[in-house]
Ligand binder design. Structure first.
Ligand code: HEC
Ligand code: HEC
Length: 265
């Protein structure tokens, strides 16, 4: 069902008009610039190293530079990458978390694409990945068949919970760091948010029964990164807060808080 929905939307083609300012806000939570920019490098020009149990990935240049970036990409190419994990006839590795982004709405994709087009093009060749396993991209077809539910999810009856799930699962891709993976690298849904020891940084178990946080605890944490114990999170999570959740509206933070307390088991 989801697959069909996603396919319908993706193939229907044209997105509504996008707003680059809204896109910039979304990308903070989605982490596009954080992951596609090397330390001290030009925005979106790539070269950021992503350590995984299968080897090191390097994010590619996704500025619109005509030779080393996405200069000739159309909106459709962008949607195909985000919803189906395909680019230039090849399957993309899920180190690019499209397994989460696939559920983004047409409007949010349009805003992101408008924002990407507003970032100045930078010529910089993308660095090849250094993988120990899964060097053959063809194998990703099987991964997708088993692990990828394409396209937006069927809406929940409760609008606030639906919004919370969307911000957590689709845009914020919290599970990409906090959910353990199976042998194929897919997220283990039954252990959603149960934490992992995988590189680059172990991410803690944040299920409601483990944390026991109130709605207020969650909302404060999402606004300033301070836990009820008075610790301030750093590293990757500090970035998720500063560039992502802190910049959302209070209503969006309340929606995330509610989903994390009621939607996650
Ligand atoms: C955790 C790191 C990470 C995040 C976050 C991330 N990406 Fe990527 N992205 C990658 C990697 C790695 C690849 C290369 C995948 C491959 O080689 O198959 C990639 C590939 C892409 C591609 C395909 C480029 C090409 O030349 O084929 C696009 C488009 C893209 N990302 C856009 C985005 C957007 C937009 C966002 C935010 C919504 C985003 N990425 C967030 C790591 C990331
Ligand atoms: C890029 C990986 C990454 C993403 C994405 C991510 N987290 Fe985290 N998160 C971490 C890491 C690593 C820590 C541990 C940070 C520390 O101890 O300083 C953490 C810590 C936390 C904590 C603190 C738990 C505690 O008891 O100290 C909470 C709560 C949390 N994350 C919630 C979320 C939510 C909600 C999202 C999605 C909006 C999210 N995280 C997205 C990596 C991530």
């Amino acid at each position: 069902m989801w697959a069909l929905l996603g396919l319908g939307l993706a193939l229907a083609g044209d997105l509504p008009p996008g707003d680059p300012a809204r896109g910039a806000l979304l990308e903070g939570l989605a982490g596009c610039q954080a992951c596609h920019t090397s330390e001290g490098g030009a925005p979106l020009a790539g070269g950021y190293r992503i350590e995984t149990p299968h080897g090191d990935f390097y994010s590619p240049n996704i500025t619109l530079d005509p030779t080393t970036g996405l200069g000739d990409w159309t909106e459709r190419d962008f949607v195909r990458a985000m919803r189906r994990g395909r680019a230039e006839g090849q399957h993309l590795y899920p180190a690019f978390p499209y397994g989460s982004y696939t559920a983004m709405t047409d409007q949010d994709l349009a805003d992101l694409w408008a924002w990407m087009r507003s970032v100045p093009p930078t010529p910089q060749s993308s660095r090849p990945h250094e993988l120990e396993r899964f060097r053959w991209r063809g194998a990703l077809a099987f991964w997708k068949l088993l692990e990828l539910d394409r396209g937006p999810r069927r809406p929940l009856d409760d609008a606030q919970l639906d919004r919370g799930r969307y911000l957590v699962d689709a845009v914020g891709h919290c599970g990409e760091c906090h959910t353990p993976r199976n042998g194929l690298g897919g997220l283990r849904d039954r252990l959603a948010m149960a934490g992992t020891d995988d590189p680059p940084e172990p991410a803690p178990d944040i299920r409601p029964a483990t944390l026991g946080w109130s709605a207020r605890d969650w909302e404060d944490f999402l606004a300033d990164g301070m836990t009820p114990e008075g610790d301030v999170v750093g590293g990757e999570m500090g970035r998720v807060i500063r560039q992502g959740t802190a910049r959302l509206s209070a209503a969006d933070r309340a929606a995330i808080a509610r989903w994390m307390r009621e939607g996650v088991e």
